[in-house]
Design a protein around this ligand. Structure first.
Ligand SMILES: [Zn+2]
Length: 53
């Protein structure tokens, strides 16, 4: 069953794009994260957004 609900697609897209990547262990963290949930490092960067808009 394909995901045709545009609202769900929007959520999925944002959750993919608005994510922080740890520079140390490359773990994905939620967008509001202050530090890595895996290694506690504060060196987080935004995931590169390739889709413009
Ligand atoms: Zn980490």
């Amino acid at each position: 069953m394909p995901v045709t609900d545009p609202w769900k697609r929007e959520i999925a897209r944002k959750s993919l794009l608005y994510v922080k990547i740890c520079r140390k262990c490359y773990a994905r963290n939620p967008m509001g994260a202050k530090k890595c949930r895996r290694c506690r490092s504060k060196r987080l960067r935004w995931k590169k957004r390739e889709l413009s808009g």
